[in-house]
Design a protein around this ligand. Structure first.
Ligand SMILES: [Zn+2]
Ligand SMILES: [Zn+2]
Length: 359
């Protein structure tokens, strides 16, 4: 087994840095995709309103509002007229007062008024009375208009109330439509993310030994984060909390199973290391019973004393197949390639290097 190539500190730092950068880029890319989905336009309130609010009612309310506005304008015009009439009446009043003074003086002085002066007085009086008459008429007009306006106001209020009732239904319906649109967008986004998540999950779980694992880690991390954000945004926490707990359960169970497997069936390189160390000490890799073959045939040693007990005899003993007398495991056997005797529990033959699957 070749040791893992780890690289220098600088290279490892750069790999971590670029893994993070790649993760950010993946996150952005997926974010842009999701944003584009989010920008699909939703329903318009006007479209929903049309279905719920009677158009005849709308038209009527509109007409009444226009009539009210016209009446308002008319009343304002009349009031302006009234104001002007008021002014001119005041003028006539002062003219008449002056003339009356003039007349009184003439009577006191017993001087008759001229014809033109008499005529002025009579026309002024006539105009004044006419003004008064107009004024009364104006007031009556304005009162009439105000009465009509009151009636229209009342009608408008009734119409508004009816429209408002229908609008309430429209608003409920609009909320419902908006919510279903939101759910639809969420499903679209998850539909985009689901295959990415599957690929990411597969790569993260099954390519752990790969040289390119940092790439998969960046991609997987970004995808999982995006999916979590979408779920968090669209689904109320009531559901999210169950989804979250399910995911956590899955992850914790997976880790637990991983450790249980390591204990129950150690990984090959751990196993090989254990075998190698046992062979070095001439102990059975499985039960630690001494391997008494060749010159060590009559010696006694343990894991601690193996280096102090050295065989005295020469080392020309012929290698022979050997089984552990304690547990029966085959420890040395003929190599199928070169027919020499080789270690049964190590990967390569010491004579020809042929590889064997040790499991
Ligand atoms: Zn044994
Ligand atoms: Zn061999």
């Amino acid at each position: 087994m070749a040791g893992k190539k780890r690289g220098t500190w600088g290279i490892r730092f750069l790999i971590h840095l670029f893994t993070v950068a790649l993760g950010v880029l993946f996150f952005w890319l997926e974010g842009f995709l999701l944003e584009d989905i989010q920008s699909i336009p939703g329903p318009l309130f006007e479209e929903v309103r049309v279905k719920y609010v009677d158009p005849a009612l709308d038209a009527k309310a509109d007409r009444v509002a226009k009539q009210i506005a016209a009446l308002d304008r008319e009343i304002a015009g009349k009031r302006e007229e009234q104001h002007l009439l008021d002014e001119s009446t005041k003028n006539f009043q002062s003219t008449i007062n002056q003339l009356v003074d003039l007349q009184r003086q003439s009577i006191e002085k017993a001087v008759a008024l001229s014809e033109s002066e008499k005529e002025t007085i009579s026309t002024s009086l006539k105009r004044y009375l006419e003004n008064q008459k107009n004024y009364q008429e104006l007031i009556k007009n304005i009162t009439d208009l105000a009465g009509r306006k009151r009636l229209l106001d009342e009608e408008k209020r009734t119409l508004d109330r009816q429209i408002d009732e229908q609008m309430t239904l429209a608003r409920w319906e609009y909320e419902r439509v908006c919510e279903s649109q939101r759910m639809k967008l969420a499903l679209y986004q998850l539909a985009i993310l689901a295959p990415l998540l599957l690929v990411a999950g597969y790569l993260l779980l099954n390519r752990r030994g790969s040289m390119y694992y940092p790439l998969f880690l960046a991609f997987g991390g970004a995808t999982i984060l995006q999916a979590a954000l979408v779920v968090h945004e669209y689904f109320p926490s009531r559901y999210t909390k169950y989804a979250l707990i399910a995911v956590l359960l899955g992850v914790v169970a997976r880790i637990l199973i991983h450790f249980i497997k390591i204990v129950a069936a150690p990984k090959l390189d751990w196993l090989l290391r254990q075998y190698r160390e046992a062979y070095e000490r001439f102990l059975c890799p499985l039960c630690e019973y001494p391997i008494r073959t060749g010159p060590r045939k009559f010696l006694y040693w343990t894991r601690r004393t193996v280096n102090k007990i050295l065989p005295q005899a020469d080392c020309t003993g012929k290698n022979e197949p050997y089984h552990c007398p304690s547990c029966g495991t085959t420890l040395f056997e003929p190599c199928p390639a070169c027919k020499e005797v080789r270690h049964s529990l190590l990967e390569h033959c010491e004579h020809c290097g042929a590889k064997k699957d040790v499991r």
